[in-house]
Design a protein around this ligand. Structure first.
Ligand SMILES: *[C@@H]1O[C@H](CO)[C@@H](O)[C@H](O)[C@H]1NC(C)=O
Ligand SMILES: *[C@@H]1O[C@H](CO)[C@@H](O)[C@H](O)[C@H]1NC(C)=O
Ligand SMILES: *[C@@H]1O[C@H](CO)[C@@H](O)[C@H](O)[C@H]1NC(C)=O
Ligand SMILES: *[C@@H]1O[C@H](CO)[C@@H](O)[C@H](O)[C@H]1NC(C)=O
Ligand SMILES: *[C@@H]1O[C@H](CO)[C@@H](O)[C@H](O)[C@H]1NC(C)=O
Ligand SMILES: *[C@@H]1O[C@H](CO)[C@@H](O)[C@H](O)[C@H]1NC(C)=O
Ligand SMILES: *[C@@H]1O[C@H](CO)[C@@H](O)[C@H](O)[C@H]1NC(C)=O
Ligand SMILES: [Cu+2]
Length: 594
């Protein structure tokens, strides 16, 4: 039976760690919800929304049996921040490490929770997660170094929220008329998927807050009246404690901090959360009032007034997360074997559609998921040509990679790497320009994260060890920019991926969807170096996660990709667009161009 059943069970892998297998059965379904008073269909789990929190402990194995009960869309889940050691096929991105899960089908995810921390999960199927399919994933640490410093913990999620569904939002965005590359602008901000949240605090107690930013677009600021934050973790890295007064979390980032309800506390304290619309962050006073803000409350005394002001914040000076020190004091990895430099700019494709380019090219989905290509083209899998235009970067197992991102646009972008946590050697100030092309004095004890915000017209320098064979995406975590192509693919340890086997249920979903599982990006198993049939221009008709049966889908985008769609694909897109009310005002606000 598919019920929300969480069986903490079985198997002691080792008597010391007492690791468990945590099994969860999920049916992904449409649900009607009105988190801010505006009703709309959202994507939930087991007919409920908000989606459930997953909680387990480090060393556990998590099994999620996922059934797609959506009827009209495909799906797939990414476990954000989880390393997926030896299980790259469980990482989730559809079309890259697995095939989309068709409606009526199931897929099993099974992987080790190798590190403690605050994580989250979200759909990684086209632009689907802003429709609601995301939630917290907490991995508890029996050996938490801060154990004893807090009494209880709470989760605070922040998210931007849209009244329209993702598919029409992206269709509007991916139009030649969108000459300013504007993403959809959110209608509101949600805290714990609600409005008007109150957290009951007991005087004398200290709380661990796990802040998760589940935004599709906007970064959030956080400030709590009269209560400084003792930082203990960013993403899944324990920090040396440091006091912060304001935080800035970009999409996908997490912060853990302690706040104490000290004895002098009486009354109620506002916690202000505001979406950041100051696009380049160069000048904190450029956007003094943040129209999408929400006041949550730390409630000590329900009968006391809820009146303390929050609009006295006119300058946001959040703590600089790249200056936080990791608790383990790990030094900067001293040298690197492989330099990867990615220049990000918006760009237009041959059809005049707005895209986001890395080194001049947007990521374009291919016919065969890249991990399947890596497994099936033999020794040719070290040749980037076989993967098609997914911005492939081949990295040898064991190499130290220095990854430089030059942001050549006028807004900050949060970049996320799957399968790793990287050291942030440098994150230059806004308008610092490109990386100078040589190493400078870097932070000797850099913070480690899986997502870093790179400021406008500036750069960041990251280092990591490639010891996790797989295909790992590196992308901007603004979901709308992913749909524009702002993604590169690390093909890590290709030698180790040759001949890799895939679970039968994963392969079955490929069969149902008509997705080839062998050969190069175009499915050529005879000559992997023959690029015929690879997709080189994104289709002009965007159908997102809309389910299109394989018969209706063929022939798909062939050759150079300009035969953008079959009649069935066009029909499906038209129907999807028509069903959902379009927001004509979408690009109305000229101040908010990112
Ligand atoms: C999933 O939920 C849908 C919608 O409620 C229902 O029709 C379907 O039978 C469920 N499937 C399973 C396998 O539980
Ligand atoms: C969440 O991330 C978005 C996108 O980067 C950012 O604009 C917003 O400020 C973040 N929210 C919080 C509370 O940090
Ligand atoms: C920041 O913007 C404000 C408002 O436009 C302006 O008055 C101020 O001079 C700017 N500061 C800097 C350092 O550019
Ligand atoms: C919060 O939003 C309101 C309404 O848009 C605005 O008047 C106020 O200035 C905002 N507060 C902050 C601190 O940005
Ligand atoms: C790549 O594949 C071609 C065609 O099968 C083959 O002739 C060639 O030897 C392969 N190259 C490598 C480096 O394995
Ligand atoms: C794509 O191919 C078609 C037909 O083969 C051709 O007419 C068209 O000019 C090509 N477009 C581009 C941008 O290469
Ligand atoms: C799928 O079904 C949902 C719920 O009925 C609906 O809102 C949506 O427009 C449908 N179409 C697509 C393409 O999602
Ligand atoms: Cu971006």
């Amino acid at each position: 039976m598919w019920s929300l059943l969480l069986s903490l069970a079985l198997l002691c892998f080792s008597p010391v760690a007492r690791a468990a297998v945590v099994t969860i059965n999920w049916n992904v379904t449409w649900v009607w919800a009105a988190p801010d008073g505006f009703g709309r269909p959202v994507i939930g789990i087991n007919n409920q929304w908000p989606c459930p929190k997953i909680e387990a402990k480090v060393g556990d194995t998590l099994i999620v049996n996922l059934h797609n009960g959506l009827g009209n869309q495909t799906t797939g889940i990414h476990w954000h921040g989880i390393n997926q050691l030896q299980t790259p096929e469980m990482d989730g991105p559809s079309g890259v490490v697995q095939c989309p899960t068709p409606p009526g089908s199931s897929v099993q995810y099974k992987f080790l929770l190798d590190e403690p921390g605050t994580f989250w999960y979200h759909s990684h199927e086209k632009g689907q997660y802003p429709d609601g399919l995301r939630g917290p994933l907490i991995v508890q640490d029996p050996n938490d170094p801060y154990k004893g410093r807090y009494d209880e913990e709470i989760i605070v999620t922040v998210s931007d929220w849209y009244h329209s569904q993702s598919i029409p939002l992206v269709q509007n965005m991916l139009s030649p008329a969108n000459t300013r590359f504007a993403p959809p602008f959110p209608d509101t901000i949600l805290v714990n998927d609600k409005k008007d949240v109150k957290f009951n605090f007991v005087k004398g107690k200290t709380y661990r807050v796990r802040l998760i930013n589940m935004s599709a677009f906007a970064s959030a600021f956080l400030w709590i009246d009269s209560h400084p934050l003792t930082m203990i973790m960013s993403d899944a890295t324990y920090l040396q404690t440091e006091t912060a007064y304001q935080l800035h979390a970009s999409s996908a980032q997490r912060y853990d901090f302690l706040i104490s309800a000290i004895d002098r506390d009486s009354g109620n304290y506002p916690m202000l959360l505001a979406l950041d619309i100051n696009r380049d962050f160069r000048n904190a006073s450029l956007a003094p009032a943040f129209p999408h803000n929400q006041t949550a409350w730390l409630v000590m005394d329900e009968s006391a007034p809820f009146t303390r002001p929050t609009n006295n914040i006119d300058v946001w000076r959040p703590a600089d997360d790249t200056h936080f020190k990791p608790l383990d004091n790990q030094a900067m990895i001293p040298a690197y074997d492989h330099l990867v430099k990615l220049d990000f700019r918006f760009c237009l494709d041959a059809n005049g559609y707005p895209r986001a380019c890395l080194n001049g090219k947007p990521f374009i989905s291919q016919k065969v998921p890249a991990l399947y290509t890596a497994a099936t083209v033999g020794t040719n899998n070290t040749n980037p040509i076989v993967y098609g235009q997914i911005n492939p970067i081949i990295v040898k197992k064991g190499d130290i990679v220095q990854l430089v991102i030059n942001n050549q646009e006028a807004a900050g972008h949060p970049f996320h790497l799957h399968g790793h946590r990287f050291q942030i050697l440098d994150r230059a100030r806004p308008y610092a320009g490109d990386w100078p092309g040589r190493d400078v004095n870097y932070n000797p004890t850099p913070n480690k994260r899986d997502t870093v915000t790179v400021w406008s017209w500036s750069h960041a320098v990251l280092r990591f060890k490639a010891e996790n064979p797989g295909v790992w995406l590196f992308h901007c975590h603004i979901e709308w920019h992913v749909e524009m192509g702002l993604t590169a693919s690390f093909i890590e340890g290709p030698e180790q991926l040759r001949g890799k086997q895939f679970p039968a249920d994963h392969l079955e979903n490929c069969r149902i969807g008509g997705v080839p599982t062998r050969g190069n990006a175009a499915g050529n198993t005879v000559d992997p170096l023959d690029t015929t049939g690879m997709v080189t221009i994104s289709p002009t008709v965007y159908t997102g996660a809309t389910w299109i049966p394989p018969a209706a889908n063929a022939p798909t985008t062939g050759g150079n990709g300009t035969s953008t769609s079959s009649p069935a694909r066009r029909r499906a897109a038209a129907v999807a667009a028509e069903r959902i009310q379009r927001r004509e005002t979408l690009f109305g606000d000229s101040e908010l161009v990112f």
